[in-house]
Design a protein around this ligand. Structure first.
Ligand code: AMP
Ligand code: MG
Length: 355
């Protein structure tokens, strides 16, 4: 179905499945979600089991009306109202202090709850049909790239989900930005489509959890899920950073060695550099001028490497050159490149080479 032609009958059925404790995969504007009743601890347990997700990695609760938030939180900070006005419905998740209605099974044992109001109208219709609160992580097996089409949900979750709602290809392909509003200073815990700059334009100063972009941090990120190696293809992925010509030269040299050793090779590059590479699978994530496209294509490419059984892969870096200083110092980086880079580094298990 599409956002403009929502199948009411199917929605009613899906809502019923959720109310009875079942699971439904559905499209959101970021990636496909695996939904269950957020206020039912059994449903949340089922979500963890279906994904193979570590149970200390809390779920995001999806709502379809602002007025559904006060009933499940201790307080609604003024900053939340401002952000809601600016970015909801949309790809922004806010962390609140939870009240007793939200089970610890949903929040991974935390006293806080992550809440998002998605803009996808199929998601909104499903939340309304369920009665208000759907817990939904991305609809992939834990550790696999997030699904951007219904087929990928089926590949990962077949038999473990009661219904998959096919809403076509989703638009953004990057998960929501997560901002913590429970401390004095608002802090970004996961970079995403809504950038630091967009948030600070509304709130003034906004910090970034510094553990999420450093390769060798021993500190734990504040969003528990950020510590896991996510989005990972089955093969070995390395990011290469430096001047474009040098990057291509280095990658081609390493790939030639890998091929000689019998590996199947892959490269993630851009339209501007695609012709420079020699590998079994050369994949452009789009033009460097179009970060939206790069974000969308990235998860798909990581999946395709698995489909094509690539074993050794290299990727160009997508650090936000305009805002970062290119030296590996990501302080002050506020653009969308931060979100792309954060995902890519997780896919690569933090392996970055400077050339
Ligand atoms: P996913 O649903 O797979 O996109 O992941 C949800 C992300 O939100 C994970 O990184 C979680 O750690 C994070 N998250 C959910 N609830 C909280 C919370 N209460 N506090 C901090 N991070 C959270
Ligand atoms: Mg996920």
């Amino acid at each position: 179905m599409t956002e403009d032609a929502i199948d009411e009958k199917a929605m009613e059925k899906a809502g019923q499945i959720l109310k009875e404790g079942g699971l439904v995969a559905f499209p959101t504007e970021t990636v496909y979600g695996l939904g269950g009743d957020a206020l039912n601890p059994e449903s949340s347990r089922k979500i963890y089991a279906a994904k193979g997700r570590p149970s200390d990695n809390p779920l995001i609760v999806h709502v379809c009306r602002l007025e559904d938030i006060p009933p499940i939180v201790q307080e609604m900070p003024e900053a939340a109202m401002k952000l809601a006005k600016a970015f909801w419905p949309g790809p922004l998740t806010m962390i609140f202090r939870k009240n007793d209605r939200v089970p610890y099974a949903t929040t991974g044992g935390l006293d806080t709850v992550a809440i998002r109001f998605p803009s996808n109208r199929i998601a909104q219709a499903l939340i309304a049909a369920e009665g208000g609160y759907i817990a939904a992580p991305s609809a992939n097996k834990s550790g696999r790239p997030s699904p951007t089409i219904a087929l990928y949900c089926k590949e990962d979750l077949d038999g473990k989900v009661d219904m998959i709602i096919d809403g076509g290809e989703v638009g953004i392909g990057l998960e929501s930005t997560i901002i913590d509003l429970t401390e004095k200073e608002p802090m970004i815990l996961r970079p995403g489509y809504i950038t630091q700059k967009m948030l600070s334009d509304v709130l003034g100063e906004v910090a970034v959890d510094h553990t999420i972009l450093s390769a060798d941090s021993k500190e734990r990120p504040k969003a528990p899920g950020m510590k896991y190696r996510h989005y990972a293809p089955a093969g070995d992925l390395t990011i290469v950073e430096g001047a474009p010509g040098r990057v291509a030269e280095y990658i081609n040299r390493e790939l030639a060695k890998a091929r000689e050793a019998g590996e199947k090779t892959g490269v993630i590059c851009t339209d501007e550099t695609k012709s420079l590479y020699h590998a079994d699978c050369v994949k452009s994530a789009g033009s460097r001028r179009d970060e939206d496209e790069i974000a969308r294509e990235l998860f798909r490419i990581l999946r395709e490497f698995d489909d094509e059984k690539c074993t050794v892969m290299y990727s160009e870096s997508f650090r936000d050159q305009e805002i970062g200083d290119g030296s590996g110092n990501t302080e002050g980086q506020g653009g969308f490149g931060m979100a792309i880079m954060n995902r890519l580094m997780k896919a690569a298990g933090q392996k970055i080479v400077q050339v």
